[in-house]
Design a protein around this ligand. Structure first.
Ligand code: SF4
Length: 491
């Protein structure tokens, strides 16, 4: 997937539409030994976060984020790099000199959305010819030629390991060249960069990048590279800084967050260290891998008051046969036992999950095993998807996508209905109970109310009386839907 040639940041002197993709293709497909091509790249120095690159005119940057929380976190990192180099981050593409789409390659519809958005932005670029338009993140890494073919007016492409080069890339584009930065960098963890977060009470903190698991359906290891963890002492300092900035809750982020290991400390050490930071009220993490859920992790969750009694534990399928085809490294039985053990040791544990239906070879019997396991475990909530083959994954190369779209749709509707019923019942059961809620902000539907999350990450809505944003309050639940608890603050 990643040739040594792709490992170079390539500025190329063509911005004409018809030459852009040809240049990319030429470099991507070239069999010329890398040595003979080195002069092409020589001009580009490695950029360190501490370097100050003076912006040449394009100062206001608008970043639009697609996909998962990891991408949101990466956008905060990009903002940090840009601000450090003299750029201003704006909230509106119309007022920006630079528009960057930070993209996701996990599902086809995310890619389709980005390609449609690029068409729209091309209109803006026609009105503002100096506008710099860039695609960053997983989709840039995964689909470079598709993007440059479909949107030859895009000025820069940057993969997830190349955000440091953003200031330089914008300068290169402003000088009239296009910029391609897709070099995978095993050592890049951005540990020294301070992300710029929007104000709020919850901060997402990336503790690990990349993934070593190689699930057959997943593109992440190919676009984000091998797993690497940020040293624990740096993370502790980050959390202290977050407290100073007013954040009350931290969510530790990683593709398989509980496999965290910085060479000296593991995930359990990290949970304890985070809990000891004065001023942080809550600690969460996402997403753990079931195979890395150790007894130590369960013990830390049970014994650290600040670590929420909540876990997002991806199941993907209730059939061991399908899990093996997915290379998920656990069986349905092991997953069931893990949930039982966690529930036994962690009181009132809230569990959410991810489920994929219609994976290669999934029979009706396999699907029923998923339904049965979901009904047995009774998740608080679930993200549910139809399998969509991604170019470049192991499943795409080696397995037959043999469940029809129609059948995938039926299976998806079935589990959504099942899960909605369970979520509704579990929330209804909370009526009359008092839950602790971290107040996050004004309710979108009612200016007289606040919303916040419970320890179990359920949304609660309640009148503003006697509370303010950032406080932990006690809310007595009076009614509930499948997705929201409604109540009143009590003393
Ligand atoms: S654990 Fe599997 S699904 Fe999760 S990021 Fe890694 S390869 Fe993808």
């Amino acid at each position: 997937m990643t040739s040594s040639l792709m490992g170079r940041n390539i500025p190329f002197g063509a911005t004409k539409e018809n030459t852009y993709s040809a240049k990319v293709d030429e470099k991507m497909n070239s069999k010329t030994p890398i040595k003979t091509q080195l002069p092409l790249y020589k001009a580009l120095p490695t950029v360190k976060s501490t370097d100050r690159i003076k912006p040449r005119g394009s100062r206001r940057v608008y970043i639009e984020t697609y996909g998962c929380q990891m991408n949101v976190s990466d956008s905060e990192l990009m903002a940090g790099i840009l601000i450090q180099n003299g750029y201003e981050i704006v909230d509106d593409s119309d007022t920006a000199d630079v528009v960057l789409l930070n993209t996701c390659a996990i599902r086809e519809n995310a890619e389709t959305k980005v390609l449609n958005r690029l068409k729209h932005l091309n209109h803006l670029k026609r009105q503002k010819p100096n506008l710099v338009l860039g695609v960053c993140g997983c989709m840039a890494q995964h689909m470079k030629t598709k993007i440059t073919d479909a949107a030859p007016y895009v000025d820069l492409l940057l993969g997830p390991d190349a955000y440091r080069n953003l200031p330089m890339a914008i300068n290169v584009v402003t000088s009239g060249d296009a910029f391609l930065g897709l070099r995978p960098d095993k050592g890049e963890d951005y540990a020294d960069i301070a992300p710029i977060r929007k104000e709020g009470v919850r901060a997402w903190l990336t503790i690990q990048r990349g993934c070593d698991k190689m699930c057959t359906f997943c593109i992440v290891p190919f676009v984000r590279g091998r797993e690497r963890s940020i040293p624990l002492p740096l993370l502790v300092n980050d959390v202290k800084r977050l407290v100073d900035e007013g954040f009350k809750e931290v969510v530790l982020l990683g593709q398989t967050v509980n496999s965290y290991h910085d060479g000296q400390h593991n995930f359990v050490d990290l949970l304890f260290a985070m809990s000891e930071v004065e001023g942080i009220e809550r600690v969460r993490f996402t997403s753990p891998h079931p195979s890395d859920a150790t007894d130590g992790m369960i013990q830390a969750m049970a014994s650290c008051d600040k670590v929420c009694n909540q876990i997002h534990l991806p199941l993907q399928s209730g059939s061991t046969k399908v899990l093996q085809a997915m290379r998920r490294t656990y069986t349905a039985e092991a997953y069931r036992d893990l949930v039982a053990k966690m529930r036994e040791r962690i009181p009132n544990l809230a569990i959410s999950t991810d489920v994929i239906v219609g994976f290669c070879g999934e029979t009706e019997a396999d699907f029923m095993e998923t339904c049965n396991l979901m009904a047995e475990i009774r998740y608080d909530s679930a993200f549910m998807f139809k399998y969509s083959a991604r170019d470049g994954t192991l499943a795409h190369r080696t397995l037959e996508d043999d469940v029809s779209e129609e059948e995938k749709g039926r299976r998806l509707r079935t589990i959504i209905e099942l899960q909605e019923g369970i979520s509704h019942e579990l929330n209804q059961a909370l009526i009359g109970e008092t839950v602790e809620v971290l107040v996050e902000g004004e309710s979108r539907r009612d200016a007289d109310k606040y919303h916040g999350k419970t320890d179990g990450f359920k949304t609660a809505v309640f009148p503003k009386v006697n509370s303010k944003i950032g406080e932990l309050v006690r809310v007595k639940v009076e009614s509930a839907t499948a997705h929201t608890l409604l109540g009143e603050i009590v003393a």
